[in-house]
Ligand binder design. Structure first.
Ligand SMILES: Cc1cc2nc3c(=O)[nH]c(=O)nc-3n(C[C@H](O)[C@H](O)[C@H](O)COP(=O)(O)O)c2cc1C
Length: 339
């Protein structure tokens, strides 16, 4: 019997297949369907720092506290009722999801600065979340803000959440940091229990007819997994914090690669939005089949086997790979001649 179990954030999961944060987990019916299809855990959609601050401003009627940039960010939030719910509705979703499911339910807080809203993490803990994912998506558009300032903000945020709660905390990161290992180490030292690699960078598109810049969300492609594999493989074995992959996990093979890079879990969403929730069952069956065919007994046994510290030649993870990749392309191909 193949052992698909894995440990993540102090939880014993029946497999490494986790459904990451998205509107899929917005309803109890969907969470139930995800559980039936084989999800080992589900992350709820995020509640946003701006959303929480907006509620507290409404409560205090103290608009003057908002900074200019904060006021600007509020204008980006879709009307409350149209989008995600407020604090009470979020806690209620969490509570009901917990009482109806037998799989772990992770809450998700989305913000990039430490502040009063961090207190909400305590309420999430009290509402029974099995763990908390902190999504630190932010965009550095200020010309005077240094990389160090941004990273310190995220580390401080994690430290504050850890100081105020006992819940296990995973930190979902964006890939655009100059030194991913350095930031990962800082977050590890601040108490992060896991790092989730990586957020996707949603770039707006240009509408050249109407001279508009418009938000655009496309589902991920499997090729996006490579960036995640690369960094997980480099970080594996160097941190106390566990590692999770999100982004480009579409098949059983992608889950296997994530584990071999060193991840505890592989998260997926786009593949389910594109193919339906039943795709989870297909992925899980493919995972067990592949392991059986290749005589692996457990997920644990294969974890990290393709990490940078496990492979005999680590050069593909380093600068040498860049040179090799470019030169191998020009050697293999001849450029078509123009007539
Ligand atoms: C429609 C949609 C909504 C999402 N909402 C959230 C969210 O609220 N919070 C969050 O942390 N990630 C959110 N994500 C990102 C996913 O959790 C995931 O990290 C990302 O899509 C990469 O995984 P994938 O390649 O399996 O889609 C969302 C993704 C999609 C497609």
């Amino acid at each position: 019997m193949i052992d698909l179990t894995t440990d993540y954030l102090g939880l014993k999961l029946k497999s490494p297949l986790v459904v990451s944060s998205s509107p899929l987990s917005e309803s109890l019916e969907n969470i139930q369907r995800l559980e039936e299809a084989g999800a080992a855990a589900v992350v709820l959609p995020s509640i946003f720092e701006e959303q929480l601050a907006l509620e507290s401003i409404a409560l205090d009627s103290d608009i003057s506290r908002g900074t200019e940039s904060f006021a600007e960010s509020l204008s980006y939030l879709p009307a409350y009722d149209d989008y995600r719910q407020g604090q009470d509705a979020y806690l209620s979703l969490l509570y009901r999801a917990k009482s109806r499911s037998s799989i772990p339910i992770l809450a998700s807080l989305n913000g990039a600065t430490a502040g009063g809203w961090v207190r909400f993490a305590k309420e999430i803990e009290q509402a029974g979340a099995d763990a908390l994912e902190l999504n630190t998506y932010s965009l550095a558009t200020g010309f005077h803000k240094t990389s160090a300032m941004i990273e310190e903000g995220i580390v401080d945020l994690v430290r504050q959440v850890k100081q105020n709660t006992r819940i296990h905390v995973a930190v979902k990161l964006s890939p655009q940091y100059t030194s991913v290992p350095h930031l990962a180490q800082q977050l590890d030292d601040a108490g992060a229990d896991a790092l989730v690699l990586f957020n996707r960078f949603y770039q707006p598109d240009f509408d050249i007819e109407n001279l508009n810049v418009i938000p655009r969300l496309t589902l991920s492609r499997p090729e996006e997994l490579l960036l995640r594999l690369h960094w997980v493989a480099i970080l594996y074995g160097h941190l106390r914090a566990e590692l999770a992959v999100t982004g480009g996990v579409h098949s059983a093979e992608d889950v296997l690669k994530s584990i071999m890079a060193g991840a505890q879990v592989a998260m997926t969403v786009s593949a389910l939005l594109a193919n339906g929730v039943a795709h989870l069952t297909t992925i899980q069956a493919g995972l067990a089949r592949w392991m059986e065919e290749h005589e692996y007994q457990s997920i644990r046994q294969m974890r990290g086997s393709l990490s940078r510290r496990s492979v005999p030649d680590a050069s593909p993870f380093e600068r040498g790979n860049y040179i090799k990749t470019l030169s191998s392309y020009t050697l293999r191909r001849t450029v078509p001649q123009h007539k």
